[in-house]
Design a protein. Structure first.
Length: 622
């Protein structure tokens, strides 16, 4: 237990919840790291699409494409400020869409966001490892193993609590932002000093020769769609407003402003510096592959200490960017579970006041995704952004409906316009991204969304049926309060059996002690008269019935089950209590040596029995 406390921290009392709330400084790495680190791979995704145009084509079209992305980012910023203001208790897409557009729209947003959060975690980890293997190419064969190792580290940090994870992620976040802003500032200065033609300190790899003579609208749309991966994570702050200290909305909006401002500056600056230094994307399958960011930093500063500091911070920040998903996914899962569309276990707070089961679920899905795609970022990116933009669109449309209902809200027409503009812009972008990436893997997301909605409807239907069947509007009934028929399966006489028999005699006057006759003589018959019947006669107690069930094929469970089910038929109006003696051992591994038949019998009784069969554990603590 001490090791457990050392790894995950000591349990927190419910009364300590207010101490876990965070300020703006901690909120930036917790809810903004995913958005900020997208600056490390967003430009590369757009460049990779423009590669067939050659270096000149990339330089001509990169800035206009990112200009459009930055305009969209600004629209989202102003839209989500309204969402945070309107929903101080958390305004995630599911909540906003459900309350204003109905459960159908809410489930659509929830399914999209679930996929997006899982991809956020997978892309963050894989992009971090990509940065590492760019700096140390000999690690390339171990990319998947490194991804899974980093994922486990992130999980351990997150299980320690929101506040502690914020402190852990603060240093790599600010180091990442600082080194990239330094790269942008120095690169822009050198470009200005060299009149637009800076000399790289480390020459970028030669660009791939142009294979397309003419630019097509389709190619530009695909580049725009790929670059939109830089905007994932924008919603995170609105989903996690409740994590901030009071005044929650004000602090959340301050955090959002800092995050969007930094992301805007880095995206614009890195795109400009890449164009000035003639940097283009490389084939990710190339043995000497380097990320665009690696090439860009080397071109501005050379491959000295600052290069390795920057790439180290990129590795740490990208890897930890998965934390945005770990901070938001459990909160979203809880909001969905409150409406019975997800298992209710997601409502439970763990030992560190976290919704731990959401973390467990996200970890499993992320690990599975990394294994399937072998930890390669380029294979994951085509699945990305669809869910985010679908959630953006539904959230902003829901906010338009919200302001329509709030007739007394101040400046509601301006707010409605901002959210409406956000809904239209993200809706158009969603269509562009979906069409542009459909054959590259977006079709998988398009199939997963309705599948998840169907699953959530199934969970809701199950809970509705359970509530309907178990609801009892009648007061406590005192009719038919008959003692149960008690059945105690035993193998031999010992302290565990004695405890079960004593309890059975207290429960009922009708007790059946059942043994199974196999080819192995248990010796139970010889002790029955001396150890049971003698004391009963001496104390004039109720006499249990000794039942011996024959086993033709030396099995124990099947004859016991047949006997108990036959009692069920013979006593159609009576409850049957099956008392199962069970040894409770000290260490978990000792369970492998005991209780196998016990567990199987309990499972079969629960599965094959009806409502009149009651299973009672009789534990004996070793």
């Amino acid at each position: 237990m001490r090791l457990f406390d050392l790894l995950l921290g000591k349990p927190l009392a419910t009364s300590d919840a207010h101490n876990e709330h965070i300020g703006v400084a901690a909120g930036i790495p917790i809810f903004g790291l995913d958005g900020l680190t997208s600056a490390a791979y967003g430009p590369e995704q757009a460049m990779a699409i423009l590669v067939p145009l050659g270096l000149l084509g990339v330089q001509q079209h990169l800035l206009p494409i990112f200009g459009a992305i930055l305009v969209l980012l600004a629209i989202l910023y102003f839209s989500y400020r309204q969402t945070i203001e309107a929903y101080p208790n958390g305004g995630g897409s599911f909540t906003v869409a459900s309350e204003n557009l109905g459960d159908g729209a809410g489930l659509l947003a929830a399914a999209a966001l679930m996929i997006d959060y899982i991809l956020t975690a997978a892309v963050g980890v894989s992009a971090g490892v990509t940065a590492l293997v760019s700096a140390v190419p000999r690690l390339h064969p171990h990319q998947l193993a490194l991804c899974l190792l980093i994922l486990m580290i992130i999980v351990l940090i997150n299980l320690r609590g929101v506040k502690e994870s914020g402190f852990v992620f603060m240093l790599p976040t600010f180091l990442f932002v600082g080194t990239l802003l330094a790269t942008v500032a120095v690169g822009v200065w050198h470009t200005y000093a060299a009149h637009g033609h800076p000399i790289p300190l480390a020459a970028p790899p030669p660009p791939i020769s142009a294979t397309m003579q003419y630019v097509t609208i389709w190619l530009l749309l695909k580049a725009f769609a790929s670059g939109c991966a830089a905007m994932t994570g924008v919603e995170a702050v609105s989903n996690g407003v409740t994590a901030f200290k009071e005044p929650k909305s004000k602090r959340a909006n301050h955090a959002l402003t800092v995050i969007i401002g930094l992301l805007f500056t880095m995206l614009a600056g890195l795109a400009y510096v890449a164009r000035a230094y003639g940097v283009t994307a490389m084939d990710s399958g190339d043995a000497a592959y380097q990320s665009v960011l690696s090439i860009e930093v080397a071109a501005v500063f050379g491959r000295g200490w600052f290069y390795f500091l920057t790439m180290g911070s990129v590795l740490a920040a990208l890897s930890f960017s998965a934390n945005t998903a770990f901070a938001d996914f459990p909160r979203m899962a809880r909001a969905i579970a409150l409406k019975d569309y997800m298992p209710r276990v997601f409502l439970l707070r763990g030992r560190r006041l976290l919704f731990s089961h959401g973390i467990y679920a996200l970890t499993g899905f992320t690990a599975l995704l990394l294994i399937i795609f072998n930890g390669v970022t380029d294979r994951l990116i085509p699945l990305y952004a669809i869910g985010a933009f679908l959630a953006f669109t539904l959230s902003q449309a829901g906010m338009v409906r919200h302001w329509m209902k709030c007739t007394d809200a101040k400046h509601r027409h301006i707010k409605m316009f901002l959210n409406g503009l956000g809904a239209v812009a993200t809706g158009i972008t969603l269509l562009v991204v979906l069409v542009a990436k459909f054959t590259s893997g977006a079709w998988i997301t398009a199939l997963l969304v309705p599948a998840i909605i169907w699953l959530m409807h199934g969970i809701k239907h199950h809970y509705t049926r359970i509530n309907h069947e178990t609801a009892d509007p009648e007061p406590l009934r005192f009719t038919d309060l008959e003692q149960p028929l008690v059945v105690i399966p035993v193998a031999r006489w010992d302290k565990i059996t004695e405890k079960a028999v004593r309890f059975g005699l207290v429960m009922s006057q009708d007790v059946k002690i059942v043994t199974v006759e196999t080819d192995t003589d248990s010796g139970f018959d010889e002790t029955w008269e001396r150890m049971v019947m003698g004391p009963i006669r001496a104390h004039d107690g109720p006499v249990p019935e000794m039942v011996q069930v024959k086993s033709t094929y030396r099995t124990v469970i099947t004859p016991l089950m047949d006997y108990i089910l036959s009692l069920e038929k013979d006593y159609p109006k009576r409850k049957i209590a099956v008392l199962i003696p069970e040894l409770v051992v000290k260490h978990w591994w000792e369970n492998l040596l005991h209780n196998q038949r016990t567990q199987m019998l309990k499972l079969l009784l629960l599965v094959r029995g009806n409502r009149r069969i009651v299973v009672v554990n009789i534990p004996w603590y070793l």
